[in-house]
Write a protein that binds this ligand. Structure first.
Ligand SMILES: [Zn+2]
Length: 283
C-alpha cells in the first residue's frame, strides 16, 4: 500500500497485510490531526473493539507539524514533533485494537488548497479500497479551517465513487464547536460511553497535546457527559456519554446538493426552533 507522501505511515496492529485490512473495514474515520479520531469516533471504536467481525480503520491526513508545544516538547523541531505524534497515534491504534491506522502526512496547506493531486489520489485509494457501513468525517460547521477543508476533500472523493460504491451512512462529528446547536431531529447521537476506561486511555495517549496543557482528555469526556445529561430534560440518562454528529449521507448521495445550502438549512431550523418557542411563550 503506497501513498503519495514518502513519510506516510501504514500500520496494522495485528499484522494483517494492509490491503486486506483496508478492504475488510466496516467503520472508517478520516480526521485531520492525530487525536481527532479519538475525539470524534469513540462510538465506532467501541463498536469494533474486541470483535472479529467488525473492523475500525482510522486515517489521519495531516503531518502534525504545526502543533503547539510546551514543557518537555518545547524545544522539539517540527520533524521531531511529527515523529512523536505519529508514534502516539500508533499507540492509540494498538490500545483501541484498530484494524488499520493510516497517517498520510500531508501539510495542512495541501488539505486547505482544493485539488492537491497527492491528497486526491490518497483519498480515492482509501475510499475506493473499502466498503464501510459507516464513515466518520469532520462536519462542515466545524470552526477549524483544516477540518472543514478535509471534509470538503472527502466529500469530493466520495462523490467521485460510482453510486453503488458509496458508503450508505456518512456522519460529520464534532471537534471544534459542538453540534449541540442542531435541532433534535437533526442530531445523530453516537454512544461514546460503553467503555469509559478505554475512552479515557485513548485520549491520554496524546501526551504531546494533553501534557502541554490542552486537556483534550478531560474536555472531550466532559462534553460527552454533558451532552448525555442535557439532551432531554425530563428523561433519565439512557446514554452516559454522547458525541453528536450531523448526518451527511444526503450530501454523499446527491452531488447536486450544495454544502452551503445543506448547512444553512440546519441553521435555519435552529432559528425557527428558537423563534417558535419565544413566540409560544409570548415574546
Ligand atoms: Zn484536528
Amino acid at each position: 500500500m503506497k501513498f503519495s507522501r514518502p513519510d506516510a505511515d501504514v500500520f496494522a496492529p495485528d499484522g494483517t497485510p494492509p490491503g486486506l485490512a483496508l478492504a475488510r473495514t466496516t467503520h472508517l474515520c478520516v480526521g485531520a490531526h492525530q487525536d481527532d479520531i479519538e475525539i470524534m469516533a469513540q462510538a465506532g471504536i467501541d463498536d469494533c473493539h474486541g470483535r472479529n467481525d467488525r473492523f475500525f480503520t482510522g486515517v489521519v491526513v495531516t503531518d502534525g507539524a504545526g502543533s503547539p508545544r510546551t514543557g518537555r516538547y518545547a524545544a522539539m523541531s517540527d520533524g521531531e514533533m511529527q515523529a512523536v505524534r505519529r508514534e502516539e497515534q500508533r499507540q492509540a491504534a494498538v490500545l483501541g485494537k484498530y484494524n488499520l491506522q493510516l497517517q498520510l502526512a500531508h501539510p495542512s496547506a495541501d488539505v486547505k488548497a482544493a485539488g492537491s493531486a497527492g491528497l486526491t489520489a490518497d483519498l480515492a485509494a482509501i475510499f475506493g479500497g473499502c466498503r464501510p457501513g459507516v464513515v466518520y468525517l469532520h462536519n462542515p460547521a466545524d470552526k477549524h479551517d483544516t477540518h472543514v477543508a478535509l471534509f470538503l476533500r472527502c466529500l469530493t472523493a466520495l462523490r467521485a465513487l460510482p453510486r453503488e460504491r458509496r458508503p450508505t451512512r456518512v456522519l460529520g462529528c464534532e471537534v471544534w464547536r459542538d453540534l449541540d446547536w442542531l435541532v433534535d431531529a437533526d442530531k445523530v447521537a453516537l454512544d461514546a460511553g460503553r467503555n469509559p476506561g478505554l475512552a479515557a486511555a485513548l485520549l491520554k495517549v496524546f501526551d504531546s497535546q494533553v501534557g502541554g496543557g490542552k486537556r483534550y482528555d478531560l474536555a472531550a469526556l466532559g462534553r460527552r457527559a454533558a451532552h448525555a445529561t442535557f439532551h432531554t430534560s425530563h428523561a433519565t440518562d439512557r446514554l452516559t456519554a454522547v458525541t453528536w454528529a450531523m448526518d451527511l449521507t444526503p450530501l454523499v448521495e446527491n452531488e447536486t446538493l450544495s454544502v452551503r445550502d445543506f448547512v444553512v438549512a440546519q441553521i435555519a431550523r435552529l432559528q425557527a426552533d428558537v423563534v417558535a418557542r419565544l413566540a409560544r411563550l409570548g415574546a
